[in-house]
Each structure stands twice: as structure tokens, then as C-alpha cells.
Design a protein around this ligand. Sequence first.
Ligand code: SF4
Length: 65
Amino acid sequence: MKYTEKQLENIAKECTEFEHIINAMGYGSSLLNISREEYKRRCTDCTNWLGGSCEIFKKIFSQYQ
Ligand code: SF4
């Protein structure tokens, strides 16, 4: 992968547009038996990620360079 786990988490932490894919599906996390460990706030689990083409991500990421 192009980005580290840490970067994906840090950027999602800063982002106000984070929407977890599990929430977007309309299920509660308990229904799907998702543990806290799996329910992470990180860009790759966000509905706006779109395989790395999220514009917000690119913008925040470029500020890290
Ligand atoms: S993928 Fe985009 S919208 Fe989602 S948390 Fe990351 S930067 Fe924010």
C-alpha cells in the first residue's frame, strides 16, 4: 500500500467528512459483530476514500510533505 496505517488514521482524525462504510450501510456495529478493533477511524474505511481518490485526503496529505 502507498500509505502507512498511521497516515490513514491521522488524516481521518483531522477530517470532518469521515463516514464509516459500516455506518453508511445503515447497520449498527453490534449487528455485524464488529469489534472496536475493526471499527477504526481511518481513511480506507471511509465512504469517501474511493480507492485513494478522496480530494480531502489528498489535500491534507500534501500538507504533510
Ligand atoms: S477518506 Fe477523505 S473524507 Fe474520508 S476520512 Fe479520509 S480524508 Fe476524510
